[in-house]
Design a protein around this ligand. Structure first.
Ligand SMILES: [Zn+2]
Length: 246
């Protein structure tokens, strides 16, 4: 085959792979972000549970303080017992103690309710913390995998760019310009294989004479429709090997 054509075929292979690598690299930050999302969500939920816990602790302190005051109040009422003169005063005293005790019971009930909520909150926090631990591990694993891919793609890219630049030097200037123009016009595919009489770039059937000329490969020919530079399908290695000896 024409060596210039061979160079262009390889150049296109490099270009397509470079394009593919750059596309993958563009997605990496997004992939890392997506891998982190579940962890961030659990962390947010944990934060809101902690905020609830703070509120509950305050309620508990206030409730316990109020309860202590109420107990003090009951003691004070009881202390007045010796000052009572009449049976009527005594009855009123008993009634006052009764009321104060009821209030104390209600306060106790409310503190118990808060303690229950505190316990629920602590259990939830424990569960979320354990989830967060698992998710953090999963994220670290995914991140290191993506970073490994980034680094191997970077290596491949550097070597491809080197090979690409070496190869570019071997392609004659006018042909390279032609290639670059077509590449820009045809989304990276400037060269197309001819198979079963059709251009694989645009899938249209080519005139038989053009196909014959492409096969002969004396000169570089363009597809009549998409103008890509054409090459004859290369026999695959398997076909080579299975070919009977001449
Ligand atoms: Zn074509």
């Amino acid at each position: 085959m024409n060596s210039q054509l061979q160079s262009l075929i390889t150049l296109q292979k490099y270009d397509l792979r470079i394009f593919e690598i750059l596309g993958k690299k563009k997605k990496h930050p997004e992939l890392i972000k997506a891998a982190q999302t579940p962890l961030l969500e659990v962390s947010k939920q944990l934060q809101s549970l902690q905020a609830v816990a703070e509120g509950l602790h305050k309620q508990r302190r206030d409730g316990e303080q109020e309860l202590a005051l109420q107990e003090e109040h009951i003691q004070k009422i009881r202390g007045r017992l010796n000052d009572l003169k009449t049976n009527k005063e005594y009855q009123a005293h008993l009634f006052e103690i009764e009321l104060a005790k009821k209030k104390k019971d209600a306060l106790e009930e409310s503190v118990l309710g808060i303690l229950e909520k505190v316990e629920q909150n602590e259990n939830q926090q424990k569960e979320f913390q354990s989830n967060a631990g698992d998710l953090k591990q999963a994220f670290e694993y995914a991140k290191s995998k993506i970073e490994g891919e980034i680094s191997s793609l970077d290596q491949e890219l550097a070597s491809l760019e080197q090979d690409h630049s070496e190869l570019t030097k071997q392609v004659e200037g006018g042909l390279l310009t032609r290639y670059l123009k077509l590449k820009a016009l045809r989304k990276g595919f400037a060269i197309a294989e001819v198979k079963d009489g059709a251009c694989l770039g645009c899938r249209l059937q080519l005139p038989p004479q053009l196909v014959a000329n492409v096969k002969r490969a004396d000169e570089l020919l363009n597809c009549s429709y998409c103008h890509r530079i054409l090459y004859w399908e290369l026999p695959s290695e398997a076909e080579h090997e299975s070919a009977p000896p001449a």
